[in-house]
Ligand binder design. Structure first.
Ligand code: ADP
Ligand code: MG
Length: 301
């Protein structure tokens, strides 16, 4: 098969591993920088050009779209879908998961356990927003943050009000969330491929920190999931329509709660922590599922 990896860099671990796993299985692999694709939209014969040439003959693409290029990246994925090329994650599903409010609302609607969460843009009544999530301590998150930047723990109501007012002054969108203290600075990353958890790791924050992001000095280890955690992760990915996803859970005293669902989960942390060939499993998934024109949406919606 001819498989494209949509990625802005050939040297990223995840990109390299997917190329390597595809080649090992006998496929023709090409890394395509979606930022440098250009497209014609106004014809019945949609196409994508790259470095002066039309991209043709692809059986499948694996989108690895960074948060900062979601808008253009999903347009490129949508164009591949319109051309009948199978995409491991569809553009609509990527957009759903990138919009944190939309994602949490979709999950809530289907009864997935979530931390009690308040959304606000410019709340007129900070105190009432705090009441909505049962008061301090709370976690306040900038909507466009990643890697733990813009995630603040406010232990008292006063501290929370100051942070909310600061964010509001910056015109930033944010959410206010119940602090799951009993998670003990740990979260669980469940890596989903084709409706199954194929690998899972626990990330533990370093001493004195509540954010478990590896970029914030957290450490990762393999973990055994409970059946409830497993089914929560699988359902969350399915609700958003993602075939490949990283579902992050917290262990709360009211069961597993979903914190976020990532549509381009990194391979390095999970492969190193678990020793599993996750890239190979993604390639196998493509072999079993990629068919011309097989998309749930064909770029609609
Ligand atoms: P980012 O998208 O920047 O990674 P997250 O929402 O994943 O932001 O938060 C970063 C980390 O902070 C999480 O991995 C988790 O360890 C911790 N955290 C986030 N929200 C909560 C919460 N409601 N309760 C307890 N810990 C949390
Ligand atoms: Mg996170």
């Amino acid at each position: 098969m001819k498989i494209g990896i949509l990625s802005t860099s050939k040297t990223l671990y995840s990109t390299r591993r997917l190329v390597e796993a595809g080649q090992k299985a006998g496929h023709e692999m090409q890394v395509i920088n979606h930022k440098r694709c250009y497209m014609n939209i106004a014809t019945h014969n949609p196409g994508i050009h790259y470095n002066g040439e039309a991209l043709t003959g692809f059986d499948a693409v694996v989108p690895r779209i960074g948060a900062s290029v979601t808008f253009y990246g999903t347009a490129v994925v949508r164009q591949f879908e319109m051309m009948g090329v199978y995409s491991v994650n569809e553009s609509v599903a990527i957009s759903r998961s990138r919009d944190k409010l939309r994602a949490l609302q979709l999950l809530a609607r289907k009864g997935i356990g979530l931390p009690v969460t308040g959304f606000a843009n410019s709340p007129g009544d900070t105190a009432d927003l705090m009441n909505l999530v049962n008061g301090a301590p709370v976690v306040i998150k900038l909507l466009e943050g990643t890697q733990g930047v813009g995630v603040v723990l406010a232990e008292t109501r006063k501290a929370a009000e100051s942070v909310i007012e600061a964010f509001r002054g910056l015109d930033a969108e944010f959410l206010v969330q119940e602090f799951i203290k009993e998670a003990g600075g740990a979260d669980i990353r469940c890596f989903i491929v084709g409706g199954k958890v194929v690998a899972a790791m626990k990330r533990q924050a370093k001493e004195g920190e509540f954010r478990s992001n590896l970029h914030r000095g957290g450490s990762a280890e393999i973990i055994k999931l409970t059946p409830e955690e497993r089914s929560t992760a699988v359902r969350a990915a399915k609700i958003l329509g993602l075939n490949v996803a990283g579902v992050d859970l917290l262990r709360s005293n009211h069961g597993p709660v979903v914190m976020e669902v990532n549509s381009s989960p990194g391979l390095e942390g999970i492969e190193v922590a678990t020793g599993k060939d996750v890239a190979g499993l993604i390639i196998e998934f493509i072999e079993k599922n990629a068919r011309p024109g097989r998309t749930a949406t064909r770029g609609r919606g």
